[in-house]
Ligand binder design. Structure first.
Ligand SMILES: NC(=O)c1ccc[n+]([C@@H]2O[C@H](COP(=O)([O-])OP(=O)(O)OC[C@H]3O[C@@H](n4cnc5c(N)ncnc54)[C@H](O)[C@@H]3O)[C@@H](O)[C@H]2O)c1
Length: 284
């Protein structure tokens, strides 16, 4: 069915009738909201039924509780994205329970532990980082798009892969601590394009949302451990990163950018890397 953008009574960014899977829809426990949770809540507020996927079932459950307390619809699925069978099961469960999948947001990443003094990381930790940051994204794109392809012909699918400006900035140098993350995000950028090309004929779109510094609990935690920062220094360092002096965003800004990419309003956009970074990457 064509979308009637001419209709002045049309509700913009309406996700009613859509089922959106948010992978990483819990969050690291802490005071600041994470990008996956904010995206899940915003999607539900705009009418989607949300499948909240996380390795931490308690955290996924909290997101579900927030959504249902507001009158929205959501349920949790526990999964470890480093396991292909879990990535496949996420979409099997969603199709079985909700009948379809229209959107998928991949909002998972880890920074494995490393020794900052010797710049070393155990090989097993490095591989775990790649499994979560890159291979999990690959399998969720593949199984997510295959599930969306089963929708009836007049609907579209949309995949949003959450990347980072760490995949295109290079001041950090050869810090082994950032490698599984930065390389994983480079791979994610490429996975988006491959998904967009392969599934375009099925009406399925894929875009990368590349984030700059977001004031999430995990963002703060990782900035401290990666660069040996004191908690009070993180804001200042990021102010320097975003040279346009925009400081940091909250994850809610991410949620609204994700909303646009999931909604039919963005139906002509696919295969793109959209930077939500306060201009951090335009000043060189
Ligand atoms: N916070 C930032 O500054 C920032 C910047 C750029 C990109 N990002 C991206 O935003 C996304 C979300 O990060 P966030 O900072 O909002 O933190 P977050 O609190 O949302 O943490 C990510 C979630 O992923 C889950 N997770 C971890 N390993 C998993 C696994 N193996 N299987 C399933 N779930 C798993 C965690 O339990 C957690 O709920 C990540 O992709 C991150 O790279 C964040």
């Amino acid at each position: 069915m064509p979308i009637d953008f001419d209709n002045s009574r049309r509700t913009p960014f309406d996700l009613s009738g859509k089922v959106v899977v948010v992978v990483g829809g819990g969050q690291m426990p802490g005071p600041k909201i994470g990008n996956g949770r904010a995206s899940a809540i915003v999607a539900a507020r705009h009418g989607a039924e949300v499948v909240v996927v996380d390795i931490d079932p308690g955290s996924a459950g909290q997101t579900v509780d927030t959504i249902t307390a507001e009158g929205g619809r959501a349920y949790a699925v526990e999964a470890d994205v480093s396991e292909e069978r879990d990535c496949r099961r996420i979409f099997d469960v969603a199709v079985e329970r909700s009948g379809r999948v229209d959107g998928m947001v991949y909002s998972v990443a880890i920074n494995p532990p490393f020794d900052i003094a010797t710049n070393t990381m155990a090989r097993s930790e490095f591989h775990r980082g790649i499994d979560v940051n890159l291979l999990g994204c690959y399998y969720c794109n593949l199984h997510g798009a295959q599930a969306m392809r089963r929708n009836d012909g007049d609907t579209t699918g949309s995949i949003v892969n959450i990347s980072s400006i760490a995949s295109i900035k290079n001041e950090i140098g050869l810090n082994i601590g950032i490698m599984p993350y930065a390389l994983g995000k480079c791979g994610l950028n490429q996975i988006t394009e491959l998904t967009a090309v392969q599934f375009a004929d099925a009406g399925i779109r894929a875009n990368t949302l590349m984030l700059g510094p977001i004031d999430s609990t995990l963002g703060n935690h990782d900035a401290q451990s990666l660069f040996g920062l004191d908690p009070t220094e993180v804001d200042e360092v990021y102010r320097d990163t975003v040279r346009l002096k925009m400081g940091r965003a909250t994850a809610w800004e991410t949620g609204y950018a994700v909303l646009y990419l999931l909604a039919d309003e963005s139906r002509f956009m696919t295969g793109q890397q959209i930077r939500l970074d306060g201009g951090a990457t335009v000043v060189r």
